[in-house]
Write a protein that binds this ligand. Structure first.
Ligand code: IPE
Ligand code: IPE
Ligand code: MG
Length: 254
């Protein structure tokens, strides 16, 4: 929620690896652990989510300064609607504030914001704040930030399947021509490269319905830090672990 005071520096920060080979082009983050963070401090849940929103800014800055081109963050899942109404209200209120407070610094720092997911479920005021943020940041070229809101990967794949089936029924698509590229073109991520690295905080080791199709060959880094404590040093640590991995894509390293 705190707008960053300092513009992004143009050089890589001291904790971030230098640009170039080995920097993942697309990083996905499953931001987890807000409620446990609050609970550990005897604070209300809402303050855990507020601290989590502040950590988002640190992650965005760290990604941009590390030379990452695409950052996709999981902020609210399709399943999170089943949380208590009061918590959903707190989270929606934070989104509203976040969209209002951060857009100016995103424009200044060249960060292009997009939202993927079933945004209509949040109601007209959030829908219009999202549209406003997307259009005001549309010229950003430094970092493509995608926020997954009311997002579920299975719902996304089902929607893509419906769209392709509709085209087939209209005779626009030959079923025999449906291939991986066509499916990928019908996902929210159609214009994005696949994630190279997926980070999940809080020690949980699962995807919880995030980018299932797109993560086929992603590297996974699970970190013990709770999301509100996540900072540039954690981001750099995850990039360091990624750089030590050998990616094979099913082909022998020989
Ligand atoms: C992540 O933290 C934020 C959302 C999923 C909205 P949680 O709210 O899941 O916090 P924990 O994982 O229960 O600690
Ligand atoms: C995943 O976290 C969703 C987000 C980070 C938005 P959850 O806390 O909702 O996932 P589970 O319940 O631990 O699988
Ligand atoms: Mg959680």
């Amino acid at each position: 929620m705190t707008p960053s005071a300092e513009p992004l520096s143009t050089a890589a920060s001291s904790t971030a690896p230098a640009n170039g080979a080995g920097v993942p082009r697309h990083v996905g983050i499953i931001m987890d652990g807000n409620r446990r963070w609050a609970q550990a401090r005897g604070l209300p849940r809402a303050l855990g989510h507020k601290a989590g929103a502040e950590a988002v800014r640190r992650a965005v800055t760290a990604a941009a300064e590390s030379g990452v081109e695409w950052l996709t963050i999981f902020a609210f899942s399709s399943e999170n609607w089943r949380r208590p109404a009061e918590e959903v209200r707190d989270l929606t209120g934070l989104m509203r504030l976040y969209l209002r407070n951060e857009v100016g610094s995103f424009v200044r720092d060249g960060i292009r914001l997009r939202v993927m997911g079933d945004r209509e479920r949040f109601g007209p005021d959030i829908v219009s704040s999202i549209a406003d943020a997307e259009s005001r940041t549309a010229r950003g070229t430094r970092l493509n930030l995608t926020v997954a809101l009311s997002y579920g990967s299975r719902a996304e794949i089902a929607a893509a399947t419906r769209a392709i089936a509709r085209k087939a029924a209209m005779g626009e698509v030959d079923p025999a021509a449906i291939d991986e590229e066509m499916v990928a073109r019908h996902l929210f991520t159609a214009q994005m490269p696949d994630p190279d690295l997926i980070i999940r905080t809080s020690g949980e080791q699962r995807l919880s319905n995030f980018l299932l199709w797109q993560s086929a060959y992603a590297e996974f880094v699970f970190m013990d830090v709770l999301w509100p404590d996540f900072d540039a040093a954690h981001f750099a640590e995850a990039l360091g672990i990624f750089q030590g991995r050998e990616r094979r894509y099913g082909v022998s390293a020989g």
